[in-house]
Design a protein around this ligand. Structure first.
Ligand code: NAD
Ligand code: DAU
Length: 339
């Protein structure tokens, strides 16, 4: 099969490219990525050596570019990771989130209608459900939880999901959606909590924790998310949504303390900073449906995943040091130094 992976130069997309090349050597993987600040070709260096892999630089919201690729590659499956993905950036400047996350999805699906495909898979997020209260630990997001978004990012992802379901109902497009909780692991861009804490702690810099650090996220090792997408896009039922998560809830403060303990750094580096506006309190996924229908279960325990992640950042300093010394440094200073 020919599989177009959009956003494959980013965090989860690149981990997915590597999983597919290893697990399905009979398939051809074509990565379409605009290489925004979050896309990094260095991440795909090993994939580039594989004859079953092709990288194309382009924008999913550019109809001409997308149609040209469909004409060249005759894809069977499209899996759409491409997105503006950082909540804080969406609060600073929402426009590009709407363009890429919603309009980009529309352009991709219109190409799917025009040329025909076996499956369009949308990589979505638990953030479309809004948040849960801290004092009701028995509540979880199911696929039937109503959409109730908090940030421009989550609203743009929810808009895309609604469009995907509309294309299924109106045009019969064979679609699936996965909604996953917070990922962590190799190639995670250092603006996100875990890699940010690792890179800053290693430099003995302050570790910004929003508000009181009580907000809870449901952390999943990235490879487990990728294996779930692989199953759903191949065997999931058309027109269905599958939640992905591993029942691994941690408060932000717990996560930060775990990382600094493993790095042997002092807790005095922790600095409580102004909270994120509209900050979601708790995410918690109920993954019963994907487990019952497709047999998916996460394989990586948090203790192992976080150790592997820290080791990866220790052993791949060049990868993230190149990032934090560039444009990102200016972004970080704008976000935190002026506060
Ligand atoms: P990321 O920011 O690390 O990577 C996004 C990639 O998309 C980058 O390579 C970027 O260059 C590319 N891209 C951005 N705009 C593009 C465009 N217009 N055309 C083509 N490529 C473009 O993001 P990530 O954390 O890997 O997330 C990937 C997907 O998974 C997103 O759709 C996100 O909403 C979803 N998701 C993320 C998480 C998480 O914890 N990170 C959890 C659930 C779902
Ligand atoms: O739940 C899935 C979502 O997880 C994905 O859809 C998003 O693309 C992804 O970025 C992630 O969103 P979060 O906002 O949860 O991730 P982030 O790493 O930005 O923040 C995790 C938590 O840590 C959140 O409660 C905010 C907090 N935080 C974050 C940063 C960057 C801090 O306390 N300090 C920080 O410096």
């Amino acid at each position: 099969m020919n599989i177009i992976v959009t956003g494959g130069a980013g965090f989860i997309g690149s981990n997915f490219v590597y999983l597919e090349l290893e697990k399905h050597p009979e398939d051809r993987i074509i990565c379409l990525d605009k290489l925004t600040y979050a896309g990094n070709l260095a991440t795909l260096e090993e994939a580039m050596k594989n004859p079953n892999f092709r990288f194309v630089k382009g924008d999913i919201a550019d109809k001409e570019c997308v149609e040209k690729l469909f004409e060249e590659e005759h894809p069977d499956i499209i899996v759409n990771f491409a997105a503006e993905s950082h909540v804080d950036r969406s609060i600073e400047d929402p426009g590009i989130f709407l363009k890429t996350n919603i309009m980009g999805t529309q352009v991709l699906m219109d190409a799917c209608r025009k040329y025909g495909i076996k499956r369009y898979h949308q990589v979505s997020t638990d953030e479309v459900y809004g948040d849960l209260p801290l004092d009701k630990p028995d509540l979880f997001f199911t696929e039937d939880t109503p959409i109730h978004t908090s940030s421009p990012y989550s609203a743009s992802k929810a808009g895309a999901d609604l469009l995907v379901m509309a294309y299924h109902r109106t045009f019969g497009l064979p679609v699936t959606i996965t909604r996953c909780s917070n990922n962590y692991g190799p190639y995670h861009f250092p603006e996100k909590l875990i890699p940010l804490i690792i890179s800053r702690a290693l430099a003995d810099e302050t570790l910004p924790v929003y508000g009181k650090g009580e907000n809870v996220r449901d952390w999943l090792y990235v490879k487990d998310h990728c294996s779930a997408i692989d199953l759903v896009m191949r065997y999931g039922r058309e027109g269905e949504i599958y939640n992905v998560g591993g029942h691994n809830e941690k408060s932000n403060l717990e996560v930060v303390k775990t990382v600094i303990k493993q790095l042997g750094k002092p807790e005095s580096l922790i600095t409580f900073v102004t909270d994120r506006p509209g900050h979601d309190m708790r995410y918690a996924i109920d993954p019963t449906k994907i487990h019952n229908e497709l047999g998916w279960l996460p394989e990586t325990k948090f203790e192992d995943g976080i150790r592997m992640t820290i080791d990866w950042y220790l052993n791949n300093r060049e990868w993230w040091e190149n990032i934090i010394s560039g444009d990102y440094r200016n972004y970080f200073e704008k976000m935190y130094v002026e506060k």
